[in-house]
Design a protein around this ligand. Structure first.
Ligand SMILES: [Zn+2]
Length: 213
């Protein structure tokens, strides 16, 4: 069972998280998780550039450590970055203290030189986080979930179906999840350019989360 679209009642159960941006404007909020990764992230940046699209990248701290130059490229291109833990931890399987420390470690490596006026962004890997963990996180971070999950990481999903679902479920203000990961690259090469072209043609723009405020 794949849940491409987040159900309204899930959003209602966790109103303290951001699931969608409240707007009537034809704006889409693309997000890319798990990078930065050589070639993959660069491919995404190149595609976005062709449409003057801005996006939000939820980075894994250890990947930022390994590929600081690519992380810098994301920032220099004017995209927003968010915290996705240092080791891509599953909150349900991790003790609170370890989980929060890991997030702080990711914060340190990502924001060493940043003086952003915004509250930093955080997205829990797998969307899995305990209430106890979230309680302390929401005081410090804007927690970003999603409205549309593309399943670009799922090798059993046909790229045509992935594209069709991603387009079909996107509405103004949608926060859409893609992955700049090795697992997703084949799917991305098919889906991302077509997705961008489709919505650009319809008059949609693409913005980073936080730019709407
Ligand atoms: Zn992830």
């Amino acid at each position: 069972m794949r849940f491409f679209k987040t159900a309204w009642w899930v959003r209602q159960m966790f109103p303290q998280y951001t699931w969608k941006i409240d707007t009537q404007q034809p704006t889409i909020y693309l997000t890319f998780d798990d990078g930065p990764i050589p070639e993959v992230t660069e491919y995404v940046l190149d595609q976005l550039k062709q449409y003057q699209a801005k996006a939000t990248f939820f980075c894994v701290g250890d990947n930022v450590r390994k590929h600081p130059d690519i992380y810098q490229q994301v920032v220099v291109h004017g995209h927003r970055t968010g915290n996705h833990t240092y080791h891509h931890l599953n909150g349900w399987k991790t003790e609170d203290e370890e989980y929060l420390t890991n997030i702080e470690q990711c914060y340190q490596i990502m924001n060493a030189a940043s003086h952003s006026p915004h509250k930093p962004l955080f997205r829990p890997p797998y969307g899995k986080v305990k209430r106890s963990q979230m309680k302390s996180l929401v005081t410090r971070y804007q927690v970003i979930m999603w409205d549309v999950l593309t399943y670009d990481f799922d090798s059993t999903l046909e790229p045509e179906v992935c594209l069709q679902k991603a387009i079909g479920y996107t509405t103004p203000g949608s926060i859409v999840v893609f992955h700049d990961s090795v697992k997703s690259i084949d799917k991305l090469r098919y889906v991302l350019p077509r997705y961008l072209a489709h919505f650009a043609e319809q008059g949609f723009g693409f913005e980073a989360i936080g730019d709407e405020t």
